[in-house]
Design a protein around this ligand. Structure first.
Ligand code: 5AD
Ligand code: SF4
Length: 428
């Protein structure tokens, strides 16, 4: 049996895309290999969102290709995903030895092309194995829409993933019901901007309500939400539907309305703060997480201080924080990248320090409280320890002798270690 190893850089959408590819290959007789040094086919799923993500993937691909030349393994190297879309076939000139380049928008249709992709792999007589992929998973990622129409001026995603399109809701309901029948209890609905989901009939809050009716499904998560499309209707659905995790990832990017306009975000600081207020009014215990980008072209010290004050005022549960990285082809790339590297670094360190304190306080404030932990997996190397997440999607470790992936455990939080809750099963 040929073997495949898939290496993933980037976001949850890339993880979902990688699963789609692995499953299509499994149906064609490929076995998943745990060691990339032994695999016949190595696939690198790439990210383009920051320059660093690309340079890490490129270094990695160069190393794979050198190994292939020396030892004959892997027999083939495929580069897929966002960088594959951005650079296209130029990649094979940049790194001779790459066998195939498949851009992010084509992965959605991988199943249709898999046999032709595999023809140069000596696989000209494919035999589809209907159930080869049926690995049981407690938690599944389901892309509900792909692409993005927002063109935030710093962002490469709309350029590489193309325009927004939603998967029909009946297809999604079937897919999620099937995953639940196969043992899943949690679903994460994925999209660059899930709030603008619309299949012509059903919008995002309506989709949530339909998914909620699937019997056996215990928890629904979704990401990412755009503040400009976050409606009262969504907040109501979140508050009303018990299976919805009480968590929202709502990237703010900047606390300065001036910078938000330059970023083409279509909301102001005040609008963002009013959204947070409405959410906390409807759901006092909601965990709100965010993305922040510092050092955007023209960001002044005063703009940055506004971002810092928003962070300390809102008190996000956690945040992903980045320094601006110019991306060729985006509108911001034409602006003067005039915040010195040292200043970007300094602003990033200050915002990370402030947010880290707040995150630790959030986790500490959970000690002694009850938490419903959805068990996802065993913790490697520690018998009786399980990894899971609470209803606000905070990571947790639970000691438990008879756990199973997919169950929701009533626990009490004993301790917090930075960004993980340590929980004990509550006697029932
Ligand atoms: N530079 C730095 N960070 C970026 N992001 C998107 N584009 C860039 C860029 N050019 C960040 C944003 C986005 C997250 C996925 O990545 O914060 O929300
Ligand atoms: Fe990029 Fe903005 Fe689209 Fe998010 S909403 S993927 S940041 S363009």
């Amino acid at each position: 049996m040929p073997t495949v190893y898939i290496e993933v850089f980037g976001c949850q959408m890339n993880i979902a895309d990688s699963e789609l590819v692995t499953e299509a290959l499994a149906r064609r007789g490929f076995e998943k290999c745990e060691n990339r040094r032994e695999a016949d086919l190595v696939i690198v799923n790439t990210c383009s969102v920051r320059e660093k993500a690309e340079s890490r993937a490129l270094a990695h691909i160069r190393e794979l290709v050198a190994h292939k030349r020396k030892s004959g393994l892997p027999k083939a190297v495929w580069v897929i995903g966002c960088m594959a879309a951005r650079k296209g076939e130029k990649l094979t000139e940049e790194i001779p030895g790459i066998d195939r380049v498949i851009g992010a928008p084509d992965i959605e249709f991988f199943e249709n092309y898999a046999d032709s992709y595999l023809s140069d792999f000596g696989h000209d007589e494919p035999h589809l194995q209907a159930n080869a992929a049926g690995a049981r998973k407690a938690s599944v990622f389901v892309p509900i829409m792909r692409g993005c129409n927002n063109f935030c001026t710093y962002c490469i995603v709309p350029h590489v993933r193309g325009r927004e399109h939603s998967v029909p809701s009946d297809h999604l309901l079937h897919q999620i019901s099937q995953a639940v029948a196969d043992g899943a209890t949690e679903v994460t609905l994925l999209g660059q901007n899930v709030n603008s989901y619309h299949d012509g009939r059903v919008n995002f809050p309506a989709l949530l309500r339909s998914v909620h009716q699937i019997e056996g499904l215990k928890r629904i998560r979704f990401t990412t939400s755009h503040p400009k499309d976050c409606t009262e209707d969504l907040i109501e659905a979140l508050a009303e539907l018990p299976k919805c995790a009480k968590h929202i990832h709502l990237p703010v990017q900047s606390g300065s309305s001036r910078v938000l306009a330059l970023m083409n975000r279509h909301y102001t600081r005040e609008h963002y703060l009013s959204l947070i207020h409405s959410m906390r009014k409807a759901l006092p215990a909601i965990d709100i997480t965010t993305d922040i980008l510092v050092g955007f072209p023209g960001e002044t010290q005063e703009d940055f201080e506004q971002t810092l004050s928003l962070v300390t005022g809102v008190r996000f549960t956690s945040a992903f924080m980045f320094a601006y990285s110019p991306r060729p082809g985006t509108r911001a790339n034409d602006l003067d990248d005039n915040v010195p590297a040292e200043t970007k670094k300094n602003r990033l360190e200050r915002i990370i320090a402030a947010q880290t304190d707040i995150t630790k306080e959030h986790f500490r404030s959970m000690v002694g409280r009850k938490a419903d932990i959805l068990i996802v997996d065993r913790k490697n190397g520690e018998s009786g320890m399980w990894i899971g997440q609470d209803n606000g999607c905070k990571n947790a470790l639970v000691s438990c002798s008879d756990c199973r992936s997919g169950m929701i455990l009533n626990t009490t939080v004993l301790r917090s270690s930075g960004m993980t809750l340590l929980c004990e099963r509550t006697a029932s």
